[in-house]
Design a protein around this ligand. Structure first.
Ligand SMILES: Nc1ncnc2c1ncn2[C@@H]1O[C@H](COP(=O)(O)OP(=O)(O)OP(=O)(O)O)[C@@H](O)[C@H]1O
Ligand SMILES: Nc1nc2c(ncn2[C@@H]2O[C@H](COP(=O)(O)OP(=O)(O)O)[C@@H](O)[C@H]2O)c(=O)[nH]1
Length: 226
């Protein structure tokens, strides 16, 4: 059996984590687990963790680490037979440490996108709140303006995506993410990509994953034939 592949994608709001994770999921067959989408599913289903998480999200606070790990780690347990990419988790050092105790990561992708680009993207980001599907009026517009392609329901914009809110969100991201990035750098699994366009970053990510997944699979095959 080929070795399972474990990846995490990190980056500030608007850096393209969701967009790139979807491309990775489609191109490499990895399952994409977005912490934000998973929280929204739990909120919609009124689970205990969802009800609790909602109180923090409404106040624009991070959900506490113990709530996030109690929610996410069992979900990952259910995915032990799949290769996956995590988007939005881990967000803090405590979450990263809890994840390290649960499994070994192969690759961490960190997106480093200029502030002006993030502002511009988020200004044009439209979301289908029920599914988490994301559009951009220039980059990937919906077929009908203001309407989700699949459900036909209306799209919304987040208050937090206003350019005025972004600087504070970015500062917060940098403070919280720095120790996580340092941890993955020390483990030698961090790969950073810097550009203004997802389409220019994508070939580099794609060739990194091609190398990693192929190398891992052939060494797993060698191990199984020895
Ligand atoms: N790993 C996490 N730890 C704590 N809270 C989280 C985590 N992931 C998501 N959340 C909570 O869920 C909310 C929505 O998450 P989501 O990832 O969809 O959007 P975001 O973090 O606001 O921005 P973006 O997706 O643009 O980076 C967050 O604002 C936060 O309150
Ligand atoms: N113009 C432009 N928009 C992009 C590009 N990549 C992603 N987007 C859009 O930018 C917004 C933020 O991307 P998203 O994947 O949601 O980022 P996340 O917040 O890191 O998950 C979305 O509206 C995307 O459709 C790009 O290269 N150019």
């Amino acid at each position: 059996m080929s070795k399972l592949f474990r990846a995490v994608i990190m980056g500030p709001p608007g850096s393209g984590k969701g967009t790139i994770s979807e491309r990775i999921a489609q191109s490499f067959g990895l399952q994409h687990l977005s912490s934000g989408d998973f929280l929204r599913e739990n909120i919609a289903a009124n689970t205990e963790a969802g009800v609790l998480a909602k109180t923090y999200i409404e106040k624009r606070l991070l959900v506490p680490d113990h709530v996030m790990t109690r929610l996410l780690l069992p979900r990952l347990e259910e995915m032990t037979r799949h290769s996956w990419i995590l988007d939005g988790f881990p967000r803090t050092l405590a979450q990263a440490e809890a994840l390290s105790r649960a499994c070994e990561l192969d690759v961490v992708i960190s997106l480093n996108i200029p502030l002006e680009t993030l502002k511009e993207r988020l200004r044009h980001r439209w979301i289908h709140p029920a599914s988490g599907r994301v559009y951009n009026l220039c980059f990937n517009p919906p077929r009908v303006q203001g309407v989700d392609d699949i459900s036909g329901e209306p799209l919304i914009q987040h208050e937090d995506d206003r350019p005025e809110a972004l600087v504070a969100r970015l500062r917060h991201y940098k403070d919280v993410a720095k120790p996580v990035i340092d941890l993955y750098k020390a483990k030698n699994i961090l790969h950073t990509f810097s550009d203004t366009d997802t389409d220019r970053i994508w070939p580099h990510i794609s060739s990194l994953l091609n190398t990693k997944i192929r190398t891992d699979q052939s060494s797993a095959q060698r191990a199984s034939t020895n």
